[in-house]
Design a protein around this ligand. Structure first.
Ligand code: SF4
Length: 290
């Protein structure tokens, strides 16, 4: 039973399904109550708005949005990103799915530019899964040393290629379910490979996608898998891969982790973050001493 049910609020039962709220309890508390709040008052406030039909009509300035409103805003964000980055491509150089898989494993905690410096020689030395599977670990480590975490990465690449040989006949599998069974391959790597090597839509949640999705109010989660599922509900399936790449580009060019350039951002009018930033930077009013 929810706090609102306990409080006997009409319509509270439907609140969890209908409310697509993407803001923190702190924001909601500020807006709804303008005073300190508890879980019960938070749920009660949302439920009351829902049953009164207010929530559906609240736009971005109102800060709470129904799922429908968030989806409509997400659609506008998709359109703007499409205009901004119409020909976005995976930044990791590759000629086939295996090369992209290896390059993506190498890109963990490393820039794409650095990976692109290492891979031409690496792929010359190890042209296929068989070559990687039979590699001496020391040789592989030395070839990828500059990408960082090279011991783990070398081990993962070799084991991954051994599994590809043993279970998939030497070809990189083309489903998420199979890809994530490979050593060193998580959902992020799998979705990169699906989208850019096989043309199968997948949402890739890296640090940029996570940060921008939260700032844009498309998710409130930190966990990449939860973010992926939130975005899957909001973004049309055929745009999943492109949308991820566009967010990554926007994160690198404009929406930097430390100093987002909100003033010159094309998504500004669709993004709740600048307003939140200005609220949080306001000087608190301290009452004069008696
Ligand atoms: S308005 Fe600011 S926070 Fe929002 S996407 Fe643009 S740069 Fe990022």
């Amino acid at each position: 039973m929810t706090a609102a049910n306990e409080a006997g609020i009409e319509g509270a039962q439907s609140a969890p399904e209908e409310c697509g709220a993407v803001y923190s309890k702190f924001d909601l508390g500020l807006m709804i109550l303008h005073e300190p709040f508890s879980d019960a008052t938070y749920t009660t406030g949302v439920a009351a708005f829902l049953s009164a039909g207010v929530l559906e009509s609240m736009a971005i300035g109102g800060k709470i949005m129904s799922r429908k409103a968030v989806a409509a805003r997400a659609a506008q964000i998709v359109d703007r990103l499409e205009e901004l980055y119409p020909d976005v491509q995976c930044a990791l150089h590759h000629d086939n799915p295996l090369q992209l898989l290896v390059a993506t494993i190498l890109s963990a905690q490393c820039t794409d530019a650095r990976v692109n410096l290492v891979t031409p020689e690496l792929f010359r030395k190890f042209p296929d899964a068989q070559a990687f599977a039979g590699a001496r670990l020391k040789e592989l480590e030395s070839a990828i040393r500059t990408t960082g975490f090279f011991r783990n990465k070398a081990k993962n690449i070799r084991e991954c290629c051994r599994a590809i040989l043993k279970r998939f006949g030497g070809g990189v599998p083309s489903t998420l379910e199979d890809l994530v069974t490979l050593p060193g391959v998580g959902r992020k790597t799998a979705n990169v490979v699906l989208g850019s090597a096989f043309g199968i839509p997948g949402i890739t949640v890296d640090t940029h996608v996570g940060r921008l999705s939260r700032r844009l109010g498309l998710t409130k989660h930190q966990d990449p898998v939860k973010i992926e599922f939130d975005l899957m509900k909001l973004i049309p399936e055929e745009k999943w891969s492109t949308f991820s790449l566009q967010l990554i580009w926007h994160g690198r060019r404009v929406c930097h982790a430390r100093s987002p350039r909100c003033g010159e951002c094309t998504l500004n009018a669709l993004c709740p973050y600048p307003a939140r930033l200005s609220r949080s930077s306001r000087t608190p009013i301290i009452p004069p001493a008696p």
